[in-house]
Design a protein around this ligand. Structure first.
Ligand code: SAH
Length: 209
């Protein structure tokens, strides 16, 4: 997976490659092909992105000072895999998940895999988690129409980085936001498809008719 899916596509940060080689993806996602080059279901109708997209997002979010002891916020815990990658690199991770069942399962998997540096909370992550901020980096792993204002406010004033899929329900662009004081600069990167970010500053839940 590391050689064929990550290195071959230009992921070259040794620290990141080491984390992907270390974290056991099969401890977080079930099924026959946990290392497959595709998105996978994680339960409650949600999916985790293919390994390359997780790596790419992590690469973009990298704090200027590096990951060690960096205070990081993740929105959308899902399986806990992305959080494990961040913790493996030495970050202190706060992760928010709106589905209680997913949060509980991710907590168990993270504890079992030995990652004590991750706190999983149940709630609407579009409001962020002010209590543990400000954050060096924020990774939003679900797609929404715009970056929720509370997340911008919880981003570190000098050089905070946020990465999020921004766009419609069907397709988004991975977007990098860099904060410098009250200045916020946004850069649109490649097209992606993520599950919707549901919440006060995101999308409304679609009801089946
Ligand atoms: N990062 C995850 C994959 C996330 S899938 C992993 O490594 O497995 C996106 C997740 O975001 C889903 O679990 C979904 O329930 C969650 N989500 C969507 N909107 C949310 C919100 N407002 N707050 C918290 N979690 C949310």
């Amino acid at each position: 997976m590391v050689a064929e899916q990550l290195e071959a596509r230009g992921i070259d940060d040794p620290e990141l490659l080491r984390a992907f080689a270390t974290v056991e993806r099969h401890a977080f996602v079930d099924g026959d092909e946990p290392y497959g080059d595709h998105a996978l279901p994680v339960g409650s109708g949600q999916t985790i992105s293919q390994p390359y997209v997780v790596a790419r997002m992590t690469q973009i979010a990298r704090p200027t000072e590096g990951w060690t002891d960096a205070n990081i916020l993740e929105i959308g815990t899902g399986s806990g895999y992305q959080a494990a990658i961040l913790a493996e690199m030495g970050a202190k991770v706060t992760s928010i998940e709106r589905h209680e069942g997913l949060a509980a399962s991710a907590r168990t998997r993270l504890r079992y895999a030995g990652y004590a540096n991750v706190e999983v909370h149940v709630g609407d992550g579009t409001a962020g988690w002010a209590g543990a901020g400000p954050y060096r980096s924020i990774l939003v792993t679900a797609g929404g129409p715009s970056v929720p204002q509370p997340l911008l406010e919880q981003l570190h004033r000098s050089g905070g980085r946020l990465v999020m899929p921004v766009g419609s329900r069907e397709h988004q662009f991975l977007t990098l936001v860099e904060r410098d004081g009250d200045d916020v600069r946004s850069t649109e990167l490649e097209p992606v498809v993520f599950v919707p970010l549901i919440g006060q500053y995101g999308l409304v839940e679609e009801r089946e008719v």
